[in-house]
Write a protein that binds this ligand. Structure first.
Ligand SMILES: NC(=O)c1ccc[n+]([C@@H]2O[C@H](COP(=O)([O-])OP(=O)(O)OC[C@H]3O[C@@H](n4cnc5c(N)ncnc54)[C@H](OP(=O)(O)O)[C@@H]3O)[C@@H](O)[C@H]2O)c1
Length: 274
């Protein structure tokens, strides 16, 4: 998609969570090149200001919101920071598991925060910004996920479950918004060379793998695939299942088939945005 098309389809403002480094910052740089203004979210205010200064130097306006996505009310705080700016793109990027622990070996609060970040905050942001997109008849959402979304795995129980939510939520939103000009994609990543991932590798004494995706590749591919949701599995064509029991193409076909079968239920409960 050309820079002009990106801005026309997903501008004039984008919200990116985890925008101060890694894939979030790469998305921000790519969108700044297209002239899209940015609402940048992360916890560390100093790192956020550094990112904002760089991006403003590329000619776009930036708003920073220092918010813990794992705390209750995070989505409302981000909505408040965005104010009445016209947000045409939401990228829920932050969501890695920093714990490196089996479920019972860590206090519950760590898992509570991880699930809040990936589930409640993601849902709150999609609801708030999605309503504006639907009313305008254009926009996009990229919900970043992991191959862990396809099933439970040892050592990352809450992470798998939370990313499973992201997968199912994104598929359903894709189905509900595809007739309204709003694109929804869950970007299922594999190993990517981000500071958070490097920290985990270092803490667990692992060598840095040579085959990791770069954040720049992730941002480029994510924006390219956004109109072709609901799923993009990193590094695999859409007719290949990979870590999943079925491919994105098969899952899409099933969603469309069931949408037709269940239309009567949906129409009965539809409520107009305030
Ligand atoms: N890297 C990989 O190999 C890999 C593989 C599969 C999937 N993914 C997915 O890709 C996404 C990005 O991963 P990542 O490796 O870049 O790590 P990440 O920790 O999810 O993202 C780092 C960014 O998020 C911010 N952040 C982290 N926790 C936050 C919180 N509680 N509240 C607000 N901001 C927070 C960080 O800044 P602050 O620390 O200042 O808050 C930083 O800007 C995640 O959803 C992850 O699950 C990554």
């Amino acid at each position: 998609m050309s820079e002009q098309d990106l801005a026309a389809r997903y501008g004039p403002w984008a919200v990116i969570t985890g925008a101060s480094d890694g894939t979030g910052l790469a998305f921000a740089r790519r969108l700044a090149q297209a002239g899209i203004n940015l609402i940048l979210v992360a916890r560390n205010a100093g790192k956020l200001s550094g990112a904002a200064a760089e991006l403003q130097g590329m000619g776009v306006a930036c708003v920073t919101a220092s918010v813990d996505l794992g705390a209750p009310g995070a989505a409302a705080r981000i909505a408040e920071a965005a104010g009445d700016r016209e947000v045409g793109l939401l990228i829920t990027n932050a969501g890695a598991d920093p714990n490196g622990s089996r479920f019972l070996d860590k206090e519950f609060g760590a898992w509570d925060a991880l699930v809040t970040m990936n589930v409640n905050t993601t849902m709150g942001l999609a609801h708030h910004f999605g309503r504006g997109m639907k009313a305008r008849g254009r926009g996009g959402m990229i919900l970043v996920s992991s191959g862990a979304c396809y099933g439970g795995l040892h050592g990352i129980a809450a992470y798998c479950a939370a990313k499973g939510f992201v997968l199912n939520f994104a598929e359903a939103l894709w189905a509900e918004l595809r007739h309204d000009g709003v694109d929804v994609l869950t970007l299922v990543l594999g190993r990517t060379d981000t500071p958070s991932h490097r920290k985990i590798l270092e803490e667990s004494g692992q060598a840095v793998p040579e085959d990791m995706a770069t954040p720049e590749e992730v941002a480029e591919v994510g924006l390219r695939q956004l109109p072709h949701g609901p799923i993009w599995n990193w590094g695999q064509p859409n007719d290949v299942a990979g870590m999943a029991p079925n491919s994105p193409d098969q899952r899409r076909a099933k969603i469309v088939m069931i949408e037709q079968m269940s239309a009567a239920y949906t129409n009965r409960t539809e409520e107009q945005p305030a």
